[in-house]
Write a protein that binds this ligand. Structure first.
Ligand code: DQA
Length: 151
């Protein structure tokens, strides 16, 4: 089923989606978002594998293990977006095309959310469209990977 395999990584507190500040993050649970991603992946004819962790090192390990297994990474690093040099270095180290997504528009929120350590090692960022951010991010990543093969 498709030639491309994408790793979807969800960072800290995203396991609580649906109950966590629904006015900011929406009412869908993480399982529902993963289900939408699977449906979108089928349309795009790619395979997605989703994982969530509240632990920075577990996310670093998952990025390392993506090498040779997946062709791209879609990541919502949650609060680690704004703090983690380790996640940024892991993405730079594996050098897999990465798209950063956020449910909320991080630039409309507190100042501490305006800086992303992930952005400089990503192809691009999608922020502010709720669960749609993930679907748009997946589309953009797959489009990028297919274009890359053309040339
Ligand atoms: C988030 C935005 C982050 O600032 C926050 O810490 C999160 C979720 C988002 O998806 O909007 O946990 O990444």
């Amino acid at each position: 089923m498709g030639d491309l395999s994408i790793l979807v990584l969800h960072g800290p507190n995203l396991n609580l989606l649906g109950q966590r500040e629904p006015g900011i993050y929406g009412s869908l649970s993480l399982a529902e978002i993963n289900r939408l991603l699977t449906v979108e992946a089928q349309k795009l004819q790619v395979v997605v594998t989703s994982a969530q962790s509240n632990h920075e090192g577990v996310l670093v390990d998952a990025i390392h293990q993506a090498l040779g297994q997946h062709q791209g990474i879609l990541i919502n690093a949650g609060a680690y977006t704004h703090t983690s040099v380790a996640l940024r270095d892991a993405i730079a180290a594996v050098n897999l095309p990465t798209v950063e997504v956020h449910l909320s528009n991080i630039y409309r929120r507190e100042d501490f959310r305006h800086h992303s350590y992930i952005a400089p090692v990503s192809i691009g960022q999608i922020s502010g469209f709720g669960a749609q951010s993930y679907l748009l991010g997946l589309q953009a990543l797959v489009h990028f990977l297919r274009k890359k093969d053309e040339v």
